[in-house]
Design a binder for this molecule. Structure first.
Ligand code: G3I
Ligand code: 9MR
Length: 568
């Protein structure tokens, strides 16, 4: 009898222990699913230590295809959570599965085209961000909106006045993409953004020549990605002062608008102070575009020549004005994209101009030793120079120290790969990466790993890029997919004026939100101050939940590349 009671108590204790463990755990996974033949990881997160946690994975027929026990967990300090890992990389049959842990379960998809649709959604964000166009139902679905904000009457601000273009001169600087949740347009943030899309094309030409994204230009003879980039390039070209080659830093209202649709925007628009940063971002991007559009002389006659001439003039202006750093002039209260260290931008612009023109005057300015291999972002574009040098490695091998460039890039990529392999969450993000726009950091880390794969053909870089992409799609500190409309539990209330007031319940899909960061500069309501959990899915939170053209760009590159590698 005693033995039966003992057994009964033991069973009850075991069930209770399992139940309390289940209550405390959260299953974090890639909400889009997992790629056949690639690494597949689910993270089990808990405020408490995880041990002896049983799990099963069942297929659609209900057969258990994998089972196991998580015997220990690792402490993830950026979220102050314990993390158990389930690696089910061996499951490679296309289909739907269910992960069962006690009374919790989650659906998991294994597929050969995980990112096919997502790669299109993150790209379409740029079409929805176009200024000065009607978004038609045929291309924009229920997020159609009327023509607005043509920007044909922008005034030269006092900070940008010159003899030939005095204050109040009216210029047209139409088209371009709204920067983010606001309706302003900034040349510096256009730099890394436009380059990333151009680089995607330059590295995967055949893929992008056949990939259709259902935009108004889809049926012309240009790849859709280039049509979309032209929308912003044309605006950038209009931001250059033809009299001296200088480039206005931004086109903006004097303050952020209210929470309105573009058609209700009433603020006067200005082009504001020229800056060295704007000139160099402009010079680099137009030099890349010039070499790409050489291939399309019939479709875009004269465009390549116009771009390279503009690039040269902007670079010359920057050389004559090497330290004109932007800060908002008095009375201007919109975004700054300030940058008082433009050495990296000088290297990037010189590299792109040399690659495109082979003119030794630019080669003279290149010093690969000085180029930082840090993961690039709007304020430090140095590594973009490494990307381009290594794309043209063969062509440049006798001209530049490409071996040093390769060593720099691969060293950084190995560092990122090691972080992923050692991290409790198998992600590259570390404490100092949780900044305003941390999801942009995450995207650029993944892009960096794919660049390393392109350059080295070392498959381990591609493997960790696949695993690392889980982070933005749900395997993170909140179990939320940080890309609107992608996944069962995705960001819903981005700081994006159009999505906030367009009377459509769902936010425009495919937008990467800024991501967790402990700065909480917006002073909105957050549930945690931990770096990896400090995120608020509210309109209010522009410091963690805004969307921006530079945060989507790496995910266009990454998701389309991963789709390409999955299906090639
Ligand atoms: O780089 C430093 C880092 O060294 C330091 O440790 C850290 C903590 O202090 O700060 C880091 O700099 C931060 C930077 O973002 C890096 O992410 C700055 O403090 C922070 O102010 C800066 O925020 C920028 C924000 O505008 C405010 O200026 C974001 O990068 C930038 O993406 C964001 O851009 C805005 C546009 O101005 C307007 N349109 C919306 C867009 C997105 O929110
Ligand atoms: O909407 C603006 C967003 O694009 C900026 O990134 C952010 C920080 O500069 O500012 C947002 O505008 C807010 C302004 O700064 C303060 N009043 C409320 C505005 C809307 O949230």
């Amino acid at each position: 009898m005693k033995y039966i009671i003992y057994l009964f108590l033991l069973t009850v204790l075991n069930i209770t222990a399992q139940k309390s463990a289940n209550m405390a755990i959260d299953i974090r996974l890639n909400q889009l699913g997992y790629a056949i033949g690639k690494t597949k990881i689910v993270s089990i997160n808990s405020a408490k230590v995880i041990s002896n946690l049983h799990y099963r994975i069942k297929n659609k027929k209900g057969d258990v295809v994998k089972k196991g026990v998580i015997v220990k967990s690792q402490f993830w300090k950026d979220a102050s959570e314990y993390v158990g890992t389930i690696d089910f990389s061996e499951i490679n049959e296309e289909g739907e599965y269910v992960l069962v842990i006690g009374d919790k379960q989650k659906s998991i998809r294994v597929s050969s085209s995980i990112y096919k649709e997502a790669a299109k959604d993150v790209f379409k964000y740029y079409y929805y961000s176009r200024s000065g166009i009607e978004i038609k139902k045929e291309f924009g679905g229920k997020w159609a909106r009327p023509l607005a904000m043509l920007d044909t009457k922008a005034k030269v601000h006092s900070s940008a006045a010159t003899k030939k273009r005095p204050e109040g001169t009216v210029i047209s600087a139409s088209k371009g993409w709204y920067d983010a949740g606001d309706y302003n347009k900034y040349v510096v943030n256009s730099g890394i953004t436009t380059y990333t899309l151009l680089s995607a094309y330059e590295n995967y030409k055949a893929y992008y020549k056949q990939r259709k994204f259902n935009i108004p230009e889809t049926n012309n003879n240009l790849p859709d990605i280039l049509d979309e980039v032209i929308w912003n390039l044309d605006w950038m070209l209009a931001m250059q002062d033809p009299n001296d080659g200088g480039v206005y830093h931004k086109l903006t209202g004097l303050k952020f608008s209210g929470v309105i649709m573009p058609k209700d925007y009433k603020l006067d628009r200005y082009v504001v102070k020229k800056s060295t940063g704007a000139a160099l971002n402009f010079a680099a991007v137009t030099a890349v575009a010039a070499r790409i559009f050489r291939e399309f002389k019939k479709e875009k006659p004269g465009y390549s020549t116009r771009l390279i001439n503009a690039s040269k003039k902007a670079y010359a202006w920057a050389k004559q004005h090497p330290n004109v750093y932007f800060l908002n002039p008095k009375g201007v209260k919109t975004g700054q994209y300030e940058d008082s260290n433009v050495l990296g931008e000088f290297q990037w612009a010189a590299v792109e101009l040399f690659i495109t023109t082979k003119d030794t005057m630019y080669k003279k300015d290149i010093n690969i030793k000085s180029i930082s291999n840090k993961v690039p972002w709007w304020q430090d574009t140095s590594a973009l120079a490494l990307y381009s040098i290594l794309h043209f490695e063969k062509e440049l091998t006798k001209e530049l120290n490409v071996l040093l460039a390769k060593e720099k890039l691969l060293n950084k990529a190995r560092n990122l790969k090691n972080r992923i392999e050692k991290s409790p969450m198998r992600i590259a993000m570390s404490a100092q990466d949780y900044l305003w726009g941390s999801n942009g950091v995450a995207g650029n880390q993944l892009l960096y790993l794919i660049k390393a794969y392109e350059v080295s053909k070392d498959n381990s870089f591609l493997e960790v890029a696949f695993a690392g992409t889980d982070y933005l799609l749900g395997r993170n500190g909140l179990g939320v997919s940080f890309i609107t409309g992608l996944g069962e539990k995705a960001s819903k209330n981005p700081h994006h004026r159009i999505s906030e007031v367009d009377k459509i319940q769902q936010a425009i899909p495919g937008m990467v939100v800024g991501g967790p960061q402990p700065g909480q500069q917006d002073k909105c309501k957050y549930l945690s101050k931990m770096p990896a959990k400090s995120y608020s899915d509210t309109w209010c939170s522009y410091a963690s939940n805004e969307v921006a053209i530079n945060w989507n760009a790496p995910m266009v590159y990454v998701m389309n590349a991963l789709h390409y590698y999955q299906t090639k």
